[in-house]
Design a protein around this ligand. Structure first.
Ligand SMILES: NC(=O)c1ccc[n+]([C@@H]2O[C@H](COP(=O)([O-])OP(=O)(O)OC[C@H]3O[C@@H](n4cnc5c(N)ncnc54)[C@H](OP(=O)(O)O)[C@@H]3O)[C@@H](O)[C@H]2O)c1
Length: 297
């Protein structure tokens, strides 16, 4: 049995769909009052019912409530978690979900004898990071490495669909200009959510994934200016773009990751992916293909 935590999110939903297509026994953690059904209508989440209709077994629980996780992990061989607080609000803070919630899940899984714990971290996760989300991810990774379970830690780069969606798609939809921070010339290997999902699923059985940590990027390095140019090509028109100083607020971008737009101007993050793609049997999707899907009508 594989438990997916975060299945009602974008990546977790994609992972669950692949596992169900492979006829695996899949359980999903589902929350009462989850905003995901409404968000799914806007393409911002995955409806739990769709996954249940596809054969997933729902179990109710919340990462903030340690006791609620025991039923979810009972009889599970592998846990895959993608859960995080960035697109949630209220009591789902980074401290409560990304730090304590992940520690709760690691503890519950270990107590239940789970064999393999696959954790989706993020590129740049570091206990010294100025970005709380990245600090807490690193703390959860440290706890996972210290316990007895076999672990796999995936550290993806920027998700193309999510970042392009909030930085470019959302303002365009609202009839507003796109806001880019700083020079926006640094190159990053934006990665498609489907490709990250493929790595997570491949990690379940691949011996190379046992007690392994690795970054995941897309097939090429692109800057925000390159991305704008790519969308202009798809739409066959120029986009209205304004530039702001690092630190200025960028509309539509969640608070927890505003700082990431600043740091994206301070380094390139182009990940050599050929060996990893071959090891895990994943064919990486070109960013142009994702942009065509998102803006090609
Ligand atoms: N976006 C990026 O560019 C990027 C880059 C690198 C790494 N990542 C990482 O990739 C992972 C997946 O991202 P995503 O965009 O797919 O996330 P997402 O769509 O925002 O999904 C969030 C998921 O977390 C669940 N969740 C939130 N609070 C919870 C709680 N208290 N208890 C149980 N579940 C809770 C949500 O459940 P409900 O539906 O019940 O709220 C939902 O299933 C995250 O760990 C993220 O940090 C993202």
């Amino acid at each position: 049995m594989i438990l997916v935590v975060g299945a009602t999110g974008l990546l977790g939903g994609a992972i669950t769909q692949i596992l169900l297509a492979q006829s695996r026994d899949v359980r999903i953690l589902v929350r009462h009052n989850s905003p995901s059904t409404a968000m799914a209508a806007q393409g911002m989440a995955t409806a739990a019912q769709t996954l249940v209709d596809g054969g997933a077994q729902p179990v109710y629980g919340d990462l903030k409530d340690r006791a609620s996780l025991d039923d979810a992990v009972a009889g599970v061989d592998t846990v895959i978690t993608t859960a995080n607080s960035v697109l949630r609000s209220g009591e789902d803070t980074v401290e409560a979900v990304d730090l304590q919630g992940n520690l709760n899940l690691i503890d519950a899984a270990q107590q239940a004898g789970v064999k393999h714990f696959i954790f989706v971290s993020a590129l740049g996760a570091d206990v010294e990071s100025l970005i709380p989300l990245l600090r807490y991810k690193a703390q959860a990774c440290a706890a996972l490495r210290e316990c007895d379970m076999t672990h796999t830690i995936l550290s993806p780069n920027l998700f193309t669909e999510v970042w392009v969606g909030v930085v470019i798609g959302a303002p365009l939809k609202a009839g507003q200009p796109v806001t880019l921070v700083g020079e926006a010339r640094r190159k990053h290997s934006f990665v498609s959510i489907g490709d990250v999902a493929a790595f997570a699923v491949a990690a379940v059985d691949n011996p190379a994934a046992r007690n392994a940590s690795f970054p995941i990027g897309g097939p090429e390095g692109l800057s925000w200016r390159d991305i704008v140019a790519g969308i202009e090509q798809v739409l066959d028109r120029e986009l209205p773009v304004r530039f702001v100083q690092p630190g200025e607020h960028v509309p539509f971008v969640p608070e927890a990751v505003q700082q990431s737009l600043v740091t994206q101007n301070t380094f390139d993050s182009v990940i050599p992916m050929d060996d990893l793609a071959a090891t895990y049997g994943v064919t990486l999707t070109p960013v142009s293909t994702v942009l065509q899907r998102m803006f090609g009508g």
